[in-house]
Design a protein around this ligand. Structure first.
Ligand code: NLE
Ligand code: FE2
Length: 314
């Protein structure tokens, strides 16, 4: 690798990044990885009906416009069965293994096994608690777009269901992951303000800073654990939405290391199955202070226009 030239020629200079000033300016159309084109190792790869279903639901998300209600999905009996079984079995583990913030918010959403909830209804509940709202999306967004959404208190959420042959673990987000894993935490005021801070930091981050921010997001919001007395509890959505991963965590199947927000973090992977190491916050409050401090260190570079757009005092 050659060192970068001291001053790049005009041709080599990348176009300056346009910082969005509203959620309308955050792209939700460019989907990475696992989109409707399922890869060979996806459990639905040989299931033509499943693939067509994914395409249909993804197209609804693609045609959604800000301000319109989120499309209603009529889930099939098979999809409802996957949802109901996941919900019932996960709930049994939550009392012992989910963090207290999650458990406090859980009843707000009144999730029931006999119907997959509609994102529009859940978005209304969320708006009434922390002001976050849901925007439907066809699959994995570019991490910058996804995190930028959080700056405008918008959570991009998929609506399709995981394949019925692998209900306990999917490597990609799906409606079970979004609703059961993410929404209860986003209804917690302190967690919501943290998610917002990560979003604002992403507006300011250069490419290197963004890589670290994405890892921080992954090892906290997706796969974080928190100490409660002598116990380790899950608060990451990727643990809380997967019966397999939650059991793995509860059984001590992975190493637990303290999180230092300023130190390099391991590479993230969607392909390696259950996590081999979880990063633990000493307490939710202490962890939030550290994460907020890291985010604030990036936010310093924002213009007054951007600060106003995301509701920060200038
Ligand atoms: N493994 C999680 C689940 O099965 O719900 C999804 C993780 C998405 C990053
Ligand atoms: Fe997620």
């Amino acid at each position: 690798v050659a060192p970068a030239p001291a001053s790049p020629s005009p041709l080599q200079q990348a176009a300056p990044r346009r910082v969005p000033l509203g959620i309308q300016e955050v792209d939700n159309g460019a989907i990475l990885g696992f989109s409707a084109e399922l890869s060979e190792d996806h459990p639905g790869f040989h299931d033509a009906a499943y693939k067509q279903r994914r395409v249909n639901i993804c197209n609804l998300a693609r045609s959604h416009r800000i301000g319109e209600p989120i499309p209603h999905i009529s889930y099939t009996a098979e999809e409802v069965a996957v949802w109901g079984s996941a919900l019932t079995r996960l709930e049994h583990l939550f009392q012992q293994h989910a963090c207290k913030e999650f458990q406090r918010s859980w009843p707000l959403f009144d999730l029931r096994p006999d119907a997959v909830p509609q994102l529009e209804d859940l978005s209304q509940v969320l708006q009434g608690t922390t002001g976050f709202r849901i925007r439907p999306v066809a699959g994995l967004l570019h991490p910058r777009d996804f995190l930028n959404g959080l700056a405008f208190r918008t959570f991009h959420s998929t609506q399709y269901m995981r394949h019925s042959s692998k209900p306990d673990y999917t490597p990609e987000p799906d409606v079970i992951h979004e609703v059961i894993g993410h929404l209860p935490m986003l209804a917690d005021p302190s967690f919501a303000s943290l998610a917002h801070a990560i979003g604002v930091a992403s507006l300011a981050a250069d490419e290197e800073q963004l890589k670290h921010l994405v890892k921080l997001y992954w090892y906290t919001v997706e796969f974080g654990v928190v100490r409660e007395g002598s116990d380790v509890k899950a608060f990451g959505a990727g643990i809380l939405s997967s019966y397999g991963e939650l059991q793995h965590m509860a059984a001590g199947g992975a190493e637990v290391a303290p999180l230092d927000v300023w130190q390099p973090l391991p590479k993230i992977s969607y392909k390696d199955g259950y996590q081999k190491r979880y990063f633990a916050l000493e307490s939710f409050e202490a962890g939030a202070v550290e994460l907020q401090a890291y985010c604030a260190s990036l936010q310093a570079g924002l213009t007054d226009e951007v600060r106003a757009a995301v509701g920060l005092a200038s």
